[in-house]
Design a protein around this ligand. Structure first.
Ligand SMILES: *Cc1c(COP(=O)(O)O)cnc(C)c1O
Length: 220
């Protein structure tokens, strides 16, 4: 099991530009697999389900990992997510951002937040359009309880390669326009394109851990 992790780990590092950090998306994988990957020096792990993540965090508390929440964030889960995660990639509305900020202040936390954007029509995904984002940008920036560091996006399923490249470039350009450093884009199937377009967080699950054992549908 360790050997296959090592091989996949190496493949992911061969032609990855150093600007693109690797977020190990560990949903659907047991704590033991995260421990294997942590042995290679991986510190950042992404989870999309709160209960599943909390159980692993408890088991791996000795490792001092950094936890990223990448799933759809329901308003009733904001408090436990703010308490248990260092980075939230999936804030996709002003009311949700306001709630995260308020609760973060109450909990004496200041989470790093990426705003989820949807730059192409996609019925399966949430996210702010570029226009919606610019309309609320000054309100978002004024929120005292969070540090907005970047944008997150996902390509619609089955999008052609050229269109995906254009989408990733658009997301990078929008982040640059807002002076945001981070761009969370690219998954197992399209991370090279995203990395070349200026992604700073590649969210990689199956290309690192293999097929998911437990079915956890991307909740967004
Ligand atoms: C599951 C998931 C990923 C990783 O998917 P893979 O195809 O296994 O790399 C990335 N981002 C989000 C939001 C996810 O839910």
């Amino acid at each position: 099991m360790n050997d296959s992790f090592a091989a996949r780990w190496q493949a992911l590092h061969l032609d990855r530009p150093c600007s693109a950090k690797l977020l190990a998306v560990s949903k659907g994988h047991p704590a033991a697999s995260l421990r294997c990957v942590a042995k290679f020096g991986q510190r950042d792990f992404g989870e999309s389900r709160l209960q599943e993540a909390l159980a692993k965090q408890k088991e791996l508390v000795d490792l001092k990992l950094r936890w990223h929440f990448i799933g759809r964030l329901q308003s009733n889960k904001v408090r436990p997510v703010v308490k248990a995660f260092d980075v939230i990639h999936s804030v996709d509305s002003l009311p949700l951002a306001e709630r995260v900020s308020r609760i973060a202040l109450e909990e004496a936390r200041k989470p790093e937040v990426l705003l989820q954007v949807k730059l192409r029509p996609d019925p399966n995904k949430g996210g702010l359009s570029a226009d919606e984002l610019s309309a609320i940008w000054s309100d978002l920036q004024a929120l005292p309880g969070l540090r907005i560091s970047g944008l997150m996006t996902m390509a619609p399923l089955h999008m052609a390669v050229q269109q995906r490249k254009a989408l990733f470039s658009d997301c990078r350009a929008l982040a640059d326009q807002l002076a945001l450093a981070e761009c969370s884009m690219g998954m197992s199937m399209d991370w090279q394109e995203a990395a070349n377009a200026g992604s700073t967080w590649l969210r990689i699950g199956s290309a690192l851990f293999g097929p998911r054992l437990v079915s956890t549908e991307a909740a967004n």
